[in-house]
Design a protein around this ligand. Sequence first.
Ligand code: PMV
Length: 331
Amino acid sequence: MNKQDIIKNLLPQRTYEPKIGEAFAPTNIALIKYWGKRNDELHLPVTNSFSITLPRKGTRTILDISTTNQDQITINNQSLGEGKAYQKIVDYLNLFRPYPTFRFSLKSYSNIPMAAGLASSASGFSALTLALNEMFSWNLDRAQLSILARLGSGSACRSLWNGFVEWQVGEREDGLDSYGIPYSEKWPELRIGLLIISENEKHIGSREAMQSTVQTSKLYETWPQQVNEDLSAIKSALKEKAFNRFASIAENNARAMHATMHDATPSIVYNLPETLALQQKIWDLREQGLDVYYTQDAGPNLKLLFLERDIEAIKEHFPNCEIVAPFPNNK
Ligand code: PMV
C-alpha cells in the first residue's frame, strides 16, 4: 500500500479541467500530541491526537499551472530553490499531476513562522490540499480532504476544521479511517498565547525526530498508554470546562512527549535557554495563583493556555505574546 493507491481510491480516473485553485487553512495546536507513526509512508499515527485550531493564523495558497518546465514555489514572496522544503512540496504535488509534464505554480502566504514548531506544515499542507480540490474540481468532503492532507504532513489532517479536532488513529492498513473528527464543544473563553522564542529552522525536523524516538527511546514504550489516558481525561475536563485540569493534562502531555525525545539516541532537545526560563516563569506564576499553562511542539517556542479573564495579567507578564481566540465571536 503506497500513497498512489490511496489517491486512486479517493480520486478515481476523471478528466480534469484545471482552473486556479485558492484556499486558506488555519493552523492547529495539538493539546494531546501526535508523536510516532505506525506507517511512515502514509503518515499513520500510533495513537489518536487532539488539537485546537487557531482560526485566523494559517496559510493562504494559490495554485495555477506553471508555464515553465519546473514547479514554481513561492512562500511569502520568496521563491523556494531546490532544497528540503521545496522537495517536500514537490513530492506531494507529484501525487496529483494530471499528466507527467504538468507543472504547478504555487504561491503561499503564511502568517505564522515556518518550521519553528508552530505547526506551519499543518496549515501549509491542508491549504494546498484545499487548493488542489478547487483546482481540479474534486468536490471531496472534509474527511477525504483530511486523509489527503495527512499524506503531506500528519498534523495537517486536523486543520480542515475550526475548534477542537480529534485525529482518529484508525485500524485500516490503507489509513482510509484515519482522519480528523471535529468536536461540537466550544470554549469561547479559552485563549492561546504564541510565544516566539526563535524563528530559526529546527535543527531536526519532526519527521526524523519522531522516527528516531520510536526506534531508540525506551520511554516511548509507555507513550501510547499515556496518550490514551490523557485523551480520556482531557475530554472529560473539556465537558466540565474544568480549565486547570484541562490545561495541566495538555502541559503534562507535551512534557512527556519531550521526555521521549530526550531519551532518544542521540538525544533530541528542542529547548533553548529561553524556553527553560519561560517554563520556569510559567510555573512560578502558577504558584502565585495565575492559571497559565503551556504546550510545546517540535521546536523551542511555547504556546500559553489561559482564560479570557486573565488576559491583562498575561499581557503584563508576557508582553511579546500574541494572543489568539480560538472561538472568535463565540463561534
Ligand atoms: O505533522 P508533523 O509531521 O509536522 O508532526 C507534528 C508533530 C507535533 O507538532 C510535535 C505534534 C502534533 O500533534 O502536532
